[in-house]
Design a protein around this ligand. Structure first.
Ligand code: NZQ
Ligand code: ZN
Length: 387
């Protein structure tokens, strides 16, 4: 096991009607806040009215910025920073999914800095300050509600890049599973794939003696998969929705990765698909992850055998280690097909034309990942396997 530093200050308020605790969580320190949200789902569900009523009752002056798109864009972040600076905003409230939260986090950094916000994503500048961010989550997926990350796309060059800082872990996250009942099925299951992949990026490690976190990862994977099947049967199953919502936070609050070297190559490759084609984040992962697995499993066969047996209960009787490992990957693909997730680029209409460009953009002359260090040619090979 490796040494680590772990600090997660996000307060979680979980359960039915927890949005009603917004006032208590905000406290009386903020009288000018930015309310940030997406394309309108929170208006259709009635959540917007509830939030605005609570804020009005607290005599908080609310500045609104809506229109966050999936795979959030830099231009809107810049607009949010301007609003915050012009109006002495002291708090950013994100109501929505990972895209809204990530946009809010980038705004929170830019609001207290004179540096161009994109430089934080590209030049490795350390974040020294940020406005506090609060979250009301409407889609379990990214774990951004308590993660230290934000992922933004710069329309100039269509570059999708991430930035990490403990200073942008939200101050609180309100997690009411009822708010996820309005999700369309494709978003529900894309979110579930994202949750699973956050565990896999940590599970597939070359770090030895990480038994406790291995077991925590496997339990999270089994539980997420079981509850995905429950939701497949009945998307209104609130108990299953609650389990998935908790998994989403656990999968990406960092605890499953403590003491381990993490991988993240599949995410980096997936971001190139989102940047170029606008592909939903979870969809990029359901296509890239199985292909990555097939490409790298020989780097640590035992780990893939363990995955097959512990997560998918593959029966190893009379089989070689390689057969067991490959059966685990096959089971994983079957699960994705059962939840109507695409597992090949051709299923979403993406052909070979841009493979080279995407491979170049994500490796940038170097390598990504750690389970196996992946270079430009490797990314091309993974795209080939994902065709
Ligand atoms: O915009 P609205 O109208 O709200 O609609 C959204 C959006 O179209 C809709 N939606 C959300 N909640 C809903 C709902 N529709 C009906 N009912 C509800 N309750 O769902 C669509 C997708 O929303 P989005 O926020 O884009 O989804 P997600 O949470 O999957 O976020 C994806 C973004 O997060 C990044 C991804 O790369 C992507 O840009 N990630 C952020 C991470 C982080 N900060 O830690 C880690 C992840 O690995 C990921 O990279
Ligand atoms: Zn993700």
């Amino acid at each position: 096991m490796k040494g680590f530093y772990y600090h997660n200050p996000t307060k979680l308020s979980f359960g039915k009607s927890t949005e009603e605790r917004l006032g208590k969580l905000l406290g009386d320190n903020h009288n000018r806040i930015l309310l940030h949200y997406g394309g309108g789902s929170i208006k259709r569900s009635g959540l917007y009215d509830k939030v605005v009523d609570i804020l009005k009752e607290m005599n908080i002056e609310v500045f609104e910025l809506s229109g966050v798109e999936p795979n959030p864009k830099l231009n809107l972040v810049r607009k949010g920073i301007e609003i915050c600076k012009e109006n002495d905003i002291t708090f950013v409230l994100a109501v929505g999914g990972g895209s809204v939260i990530d946009s809010a986090k980038a705004i929170a950094i830019g609001a207290l800095s004179n540096e161009d916000i994109w430089k934080f994503f590209t030049d490795g500048i350390d974040v020294s300050d940020a406005l506090p961010v609060g979250v009301i989550l409407t889609i379990p997926a990214t774990g951004s509600e308590s993660s230290p990350s934000t992922v933004i796309t710069n329309e100039d060059g269509m570059l999708k890049r991430s930035l990490d800082s403990d200073l942008i872990r939200p101050e609180f996250a309100i997690l009411n599973p009822e708010l996820t009942l309005t999700l369309p099925d494709n978003q529900t299951f894309a979110g579930i794939m994202d949750i699973i992949s956050h565990v896999l990026e940590r599970y597939f490690t070359q770090t030895d003696h990480v038994d406790l976190t291995d077991n925590l990862c496997e339990a999270t994977l089994r539980s997420t998969i079981n509850n995905a099947y429950r939701l497949k049967e009945n998307t209104m199953n609130l108990d299953a929705r609650a389990e998935i919502m908790l998994s989403g936070t656990i999968a990406h609050n960092g605890i499953l990765g403590i003491g381990r070297e993490e991988d993240w190559a599949s995410h980096r490759i997936g971001h190139e698909l989102s940047a170029l084609y606008g592909t939903t984040h979870g969809v990029t992962l359901s296509i890239i992850f199985p292909a990555w697995m097939k490409y790298v499993y020989k780097e640590n066969l035992d780990r893939f055998v363990r995955f097959a047996i512990e997560v998918f209960r593959v029966d190893g009787e009379g089989k070689t280690l390689e057969e067991i490992a490959l059966e685990g990957i096959k089971e994983f693909e079957s699960f994705l097909e059962d939840t109507n997730m695409p597992i090949r680029l051709s299923e979403i209409g993406i052909s070979v034309d841009q493979f080279e460009l995407m491979a170049k953009k994500c490796t940038n002359g170097g390598t990504i990942g750690s389970f196996k260090k992946i270079n430009e040619q490797d990314v091309m090979n993974i795209f080939e396997l994902a065709k």
